[in-house]
Ligand binder design. Structure first.
Ligand code: THU
Length: 139
């Protein structure tokens, strides 16, 4: 993937990260997804006083993407609030897999600028899917 696009995705994720509502954990996360048609959707985590209702940054970005009528993720960036990589939680791995291929890259970025590339299948081997049909093209 072109490094210019990855830089744009990182910038977008880190911009959204600044808006994270994380008063309970103090752990602000940003995410950005690149779609098939070259658009970028970003999101941050949105916590709630009723703790289980909190939403991860990846879910916010994916929800925004789907709301705009796009269902194919070509790349993901997850921005960590500290100098350690923020690996996506199990639920978010499944949410990403819904709209991505096994080989889709997931770039993890630290606050100090370290970047590590993984893939969907590496982070979620044998992802649960209802069938081998590509459900992204169904309503
Ligand atoms: N969080 C994310 O937004 N994405 C992840 O992949 C891991 C965790 C959020 C959820 C919660 O608001 C905070 O980080 C601490 O768990």
């Amino acid at each position: 993937m072109e490094s210019k696009i990855i830089t744009q995705l990182i910038n977008s994720a880190q911009k959204a990260q600044k808006n994270a509502h994380a008063p309970y954990s103090g752990f602000q996360v940003g995410a950005a997804v690149l779609t098939e048609d070259g658009n970028i959707f970003c999101g941050c985590n949105v916590e709630n006083a009723a703790y289980p209702l909190g939403q991860c940054a990846e879910a916010t970005a994916i929800g925004s993407m789907v709301s705009q009528g796009t269902r194919t993720i070509k790349a993901v960036v997850i921005a960590s609030p500290n100098d350690e990589l923020c690996f996506p939680c199990g639920g978010c791995r499944q949410k990403i897999a819904e709209f991505a291929d096994d080989a889709t890259p997931i770039y993890l970025v630290t606050s100090t600028g370290d970047v590590e590339k993984h893939t969907v299948s590496e982070l979620l081997p044998h992802a649960f899917r209802l069938s081998h049909d590509d459900t992204r093209h169904k309503v």
